[in-house]
Design a binder for this molecule. Structure first.
Ligand SMILES: Cc1cc2nc3c(=O)[nH]c(=O)nc-3n(C[C@H](O)[C@H](O)[C@H](O)COP(=O)(O)OP(=O)(O)OC[C@H]3O[C@@H](n4cnc5c(N)ncnc54)[C@H](O)[C@@H]3O)c2cc1C
Length: 416
């Protein structure tokens, strides 16, 4: 497994999901923030020169780590959409509890479903991430067991977060969990479930959100700089939420707050700090989840997403029968409200997802030209993307990755 981790790090393919730390023996691998501001696996010194996982665990890891392998084939049917994946229903909607809708990143649907699962005792806990109690800029994996903790964990955090670290707790437990994470976190869980019956049994629901990529924590530090704030003075930090999209807000020790619009923080700072793996991700749309939420932006006069402040609304993709049953029951229980949305309309409100998905192949070719190994992607029908977007955009994506090659950091497994 060490060799596999080295391959991931040398080719800058890690997404920081944290799954490796739960597969390795005991505390052999830990997830730490590295000098580039990303969560990465680190080897416990005590394991230098020793094996860190059984052969069986290493083989399951090789098939499940999203930096090495993404295979969507077992989860697709003849209805598979070459850009948006397997969809049973496309909806737009929101949480009916106003506090949850207001706190949520978009319509609060993910938090509402989490609360419903707990209340109905469908699960004992919700695995998700939230801001650390000790450092408001850092994210930690947690198990929520109350409405209060679900609301405290709601909202998008555009910084490294590793919820799949929690699989370690799941493997030792007899409880049932809902798992919430980015598409790569969720892919790690779903693919590992195929090799570990206990994980399959203990995680009956997997929910995700569309993801444009994880920025380095240096991006957040740059936002603080622009707000004229010292990191040590910050007591809490929200990227968005508390409205839709809501403001990026740093609250300070003296009670003052400094804010910036979502358009300025995400659009002008954070999205310039994305890790390499996110630039070649075919699955920003959460294909391995039961349900995926995203911003259900309204279009402006040109049809592009408008970030004007309004009541939160989510785009909801139901991907599995289990997801449909959960969503319909939550709807009947008065927890969420939604109406049908035309799948063809996703393009207008998620143009970034459309562009990245249809230009993955040229980006992978650029990586290969840079002598970098790439993950194995199976079943995503990526060739159709080039036909969809055309040669000019494909060429632009290819050269774009080559031009930014200096940002690719080849590292090895460090010890701590
Ligand atoms: C890195 C990142 C990229 C995103 N890219 C897109 C995009 O391209 N298009 C788009 O429409 N929306 C994107 N979003 C936002 C996403 O749309 C919303 O989270 C989604 O609409 C769900 O809204 P909600 O109100 O239902 O979620 P909420 O009810 O607010 O719940 C959000 C859940 O996500 C979890 N979470 C927050 N941040 C992270 C994280 N970094 N890693 C793992 N779990 C996390 C929280 O713990 C919570 O459980 C992104 C969010 C993040 C964090």
């Amino acid at each position: 497994m060490k060799a596999l981790l080295n391959r991931v790090l040398k080719n800058d393919l890690c997404s920081g999901c944290g799954m490796c730390s739960s597969v390795a023996s005991d505390d052999a691998v830990q997830i730490r923030l590295n000098a580039d501001g990303y969560h990465r696996p680190v080897l416990n010194k005590a394991y230098a020169g020793k094996s860190i996982a059984s052969e069986e665990a290493s083989s399951a890891f090789a098939k499940s780590c999203p930096a090495l392998n993404l295979d969507i084939r077992p989860y697709k049917t003849a209805n598979y959409h070459p850009v948006w994946g397997e969809i049973l229903e496309t909806l737009k909607g929101h949480a009916l509890d106003n506090e949850v809708r207001q706190a949520g990143s978009s319509g609060g649907v993910i938090s509402a479903l989490a609360q419903y699962c707990l209340e109905q005792k469908l699960v004992d806990g919700v695995i998700q991430i939230q801001a650390s109690q000790t450092d408001p800029l850092e994210n930690v994996a947690t198990i929520s067991r109350s409405r209060q903790n679900i609301i405290a964990s709601s909202g998008s955090r555009y910084a490294p977060a590793s919820p799949a670290q929690a699989l370690k707790w799941v493997a030792m437990s007899t409880e049932k969990y809902l798992f919430i994470g980015k598409p790569c976190d969720v892919a790690a869980v779903r693919q590992m479930q195929a090799h570990d019956p206990r994980l399959k049994q203990n995680i009956p629901y997997v929910v995700s959100f569309m993801c444009a990529g994880t920025p380095s924590l240096h991006g957040t530090e740059q936002v603080l700089d622009q707000l004229g704030v010292e990191r040590e003075d910050v007591t809490s930090f929200r990227y968005r939420g508390d409205g839709w999209p809501g403001l990026t807000k740093a609250t300070l020790k003296n009670g003052d707050a400094r804010t910036m619009t979502y358009n300025d923080s995400w659009g002008k700072v954070l999205n310039r700090h994305l890790q390499t793996r996110c630039k070649i991700c075919p699955d920003g749309i959460g294909e391995f989840a039961d349900i995926v939420c995203a911003d259900g932006w309204e279009g402006d006069e040109k049809g592009y997403p408008s970030f004007e402040e309004r009541d939160g609304n989510s785009l909801i993709l139901i991907r599995t029968d289990k997801g449909r049953e959960l969503f319909r029951n939550a709807e009947a229980g008065g927890v969420v409200q939604a109406e049908a949305f035309d799948t063809a309309g996703i393009f207008a409100i998620q143009p970034f997802q459309y562009y990245r998905r249809t230009t993955i192949l040229p980006r992978l070719w650029a990586m290969k030209l840079l002598m970098l190994k790439t993950p194995s992607y199976k079943g995503f029908e990526l060739g159709k993307g080039i036909r969809e977007i055309g040669l000019y955009q494909s060429f632009k994506a290819f050269t774009g990755l080559l031009v930014r090659r200096k940002k690719i950091k080849r590292r090895t497994l460090e010890s701590a």
